[in-house]
Design a protein around this ligand. Sequence first.
Ligand code: NAP
Length: 243
Amino acid sequence: MFTYQAPPQLLAGRRILVTGAGRGIGAAAAETFAAHGAQVVLLGRHGAALQRTADAIAAAGHGQAQAVLLDLEHAHEADYQALAGQLGTHLDGVLHNASLLGPRVELEHITPAEFARVMQVNVNATFALTAALLPLLRRAPNDASLVFTSSSVGRKGRAQWGAYAVSKFATEGLMQTLADELAGTRLRANSVNPGGTRTDMRAQAYPHEDPQRVPTPTDIMPVYLYLMGPDSAAVNGQALNAQ
Ligand code: NAP
């Protein structure tokens, strides 16, 4: 496991947006960032799920999270611009976490529509959201951080991981290209491979696995805290592993 001892108020005063914040790793990240002092913005396509995360944050005494509804499969340029307009003066961090697994079959058995859907959510939407939020990130008073979510199959291709694997390679490419463009600025971009983590997506990918044998989203939070906080201000263009 990535080890990092985060100070309790590591993210105090930081405003951080998390996509896919209604469940799984995104919900845990939002709650963890809030517990370390951040004001979090929860992005997702189901209001009830975002409300559950916001309620958990409030119940823990970690403030009021802002929820913004956006379906990354169907969002258009105007939706991203409207979202950026809702977010106030600046952002200090963005965690691109939302993703679709898609069919776990050989590439030849994936339809173009299924392939396009995974690429839309995992890559095109990540690009469009990043582009819309860069002006807000540039206005952060100190360092600011973009974290992209990869996978082990986004670093080495593997049979039957289909469009998902291709989308995670593209995510790494997006991160690396952006990181090179951001070099020398106060803004940085890095990726995290969470590794096998106890979520709905993991259960969908490995239906016969005993979930108790897999780390929880809370267990893998140290690398996310490290990348969102000032201790990683000089880290740019790196592909990190949560485990
Ligand atoms: P998860 O439990 O399936 O959660 C996926 C999240 O993405 C949900 O919040 C979901 O929202 C959101 N999402 C999907 N499609 C969306 C759309 N069209 N618009 C907005 N949000 C959408 O997955 P997870 O395991 O927490 O995965 C989080 C990240 O880690 C993903 O990028 C995944 O690829 C990566 N990852 C996970 C593992 C693992 O073992 N769990 C391993 C490697 C990488 P809804 O609730 O609305 O569906």
